[in-house]
Design a protein around this ligand. Structure first.
Ligand code: HAM
Length: 437
């Protein structure tokens, strides 16, 4: 007989898997709320056009796209950024600034599968609209760090690598490169960590070989790992744009330092981000050991809202993926074991006692207690075994004798003690047991 399997790269969540996923989502949601972000959601299926030439070549080749029954070209969303730009752009004048929004949603990319990479995955997205200065980056990098620390991760587990596409453009301009050459260089920089010198092949094909002296300056800039080194390089070039930009860097790093977060953040100009829309500061979070793919990525994208038909509106944001993040939590022993135990398990005699128990079971559930009982009539021994296996703290015993006397026996399954309480007081007694009073 044919068995149907999930499509490659797609995931199923059995209850224990979903408990882990929910745990992650719960803490992300809670953290975003403490930072004053509001939650939104949007459709999974979008017009294909939304991603064409906006997200970048790589994402475009990875789209799950098709023509719907109405002849529209559509795609499963590979990311949230174009969508959230449309939402904000459509109501920009009515929304109170700065607009601080987050979402937790599923995305689809037809990628080559590897550890921590699938074809469907969840992301926590957080974005700020309407703030042109580094204040937005300060808030978002602090949120990113806290979204990871909320689970018990520390600076020994992860770091945020911070870079700046503006600074790169100003630098390349100061070296005499025009905009299209500068873009070519940045695309090589993006691939340099993975491909080494081969990363410059596309550039050479388009513009001819890069002058060796220029290339060595670019590679030295790419290797910049501190603000002091950055200041030293820029001092040799001068120029107002570079100077003003350094001022933004100092504000950003100074604020993160004041929050006690400098230990998480590293200057690393080798990060430029593959997505096409980034315009300024860009950042990525990685595990310290460098064993996993990126945990999170983001940056400023000041032109995208307008490109998608909205007003000119500065924007910054990031997304954390759930797959690498869950792997890191497991590796560090920070993923709790989830046991879904009831508070109370009912052990019930025969048919008559069952009706009495049903009345109490429903009342206890309505009062907020987690209550379970055997679906079918079973011998007492089997029911006590089931009660112990369920992980419940209490067993309520509805035997013929108890019902005749108008009482219920409450057995504390951990202390192995038993008391009889009048039926009318079951809910109050269970509450006392559960709260330890
Ligand atoms: P991204 O770097 O493409 O950025 O994705 C962010 C994170 O999503 C990655 O660091 C990774 O953890 C996760 N991720 C991406 N692709 C996959 C995959 N195939 N399987 C598993 N996890 C994956 C963006 O998506 C931007 N839209 C982020 C952003 C928000 N920028 C501004 N606002």
């Amino acid at each position: 007989m044919a068995t149907f399997q999930t499509l490659p790269g797609f995931r199923e969540f059995y209850p224990e898997d979903l408990a882990r996923r929910n745990h992650i989502f719960r803490l992300w949601r809670q953290t975003a709320t403490t930072f004053g972000f509001s939650e939104y959601d949007a459709p999974v299926l979008e017009p294909l056009e939304l991603y064409k030439a906006k997200s970048g070549d790589e994402i475009e080749t990875q789209l799950f796209s098709f023509t719907d029954k109405g002849g529209r070209d559509v795609a499963l969303r590979p990311e949230m950024t174009p969508t959230v730009c449309r939402l904000v752009g459509a109501r920009a004048s009515a929304l109170k600034r700065p607009i601080k929004w987050f979402s937790i949603a599923e995305f689809y990319r037809y990628e080559r599968m590897q550890k921590g990479r699938g074809r469907c995955f969840f992301q926590f997205n957080a974005d700020i609209f309407g703030e042109p200065g580094p204040e937005a980056e300060i808030e978002l990098i602090a949120l990113l760090v806290q979204c990871l620390c909320a689970f018990g991760l520390t600076e020994q587990d992860f770091h945020v690598r911070l870079s700046d596409r503006n600074l790169w453009f100003f630098y390349l301009e100061a070296l005499g490169l025009d905009e299209s050459r500068a873009r070519g260089v940045l695309s090589a920089v993006d691939k340099y960590e993975k491909l080494g010198d081969d990363a410059f092949r596309e550039y050479s094909e388009a513009f001819g070989p890069l002058d060796p002296e220029l290339k060595s300056k670019i590679l030295a800039f790419l290797g910049t790992k501190s603000l002091a080194a950055l200041e030293a390089t820029i001092a040799t070039l001068g120029g107002e744009k570079l100077g003003t930009r350094l001022h933004d860097w100092r504000r950003l790093l100074g604020a993160l330092d004041a929050m006690g977060l400098a230990r998480f953040v590293e200057v690393d100009l080798s990060v430029v981000r593959g997505l096409a829309y980034y315009t300024g500061f860009v950042f990525e979070a990685f595990d310290r050991k460098g064993e996993l793919r990126a945990l999170a990525g983001g940056g400023r994208y000041d032109d995208l809202v307008q490109k998608l038909g909205g007003p000119a509106l500065p924007a910054v944001g990031f997304a954390i993926g759930d797959m690498t993040f869950a792997l890191l939590l497991e590796q560090r022993g920070l993923m709790p074991a989830f046991v879904q135990a009831p508070d109370v398990y009912c052990v019930i005699g025969g048919e008559k006692e069952r009706l009495a128990a049903f009345a109490d079971i429903h009342a206890l559930r309505a009062a907020g207690f987690r209550v379970d009982y055997p679906m079918r009539e079973l011998a007492f021994g089997k029911q006590f075994k089931a009660a112990a296996e369920s992980g419940a703290k209490l067993a309520l015993i509805y035997g013929g004798d108890e019902i005749a006397k108008g009482v219920v026996k409450i057995r504390d399954l951990t202390q192995r003690t038993e008391v009889e309480v009048p039926r009318a007081q079951v809910a109050a007694s269970v509450r006392d047991f559960m709260t330890g009073s």
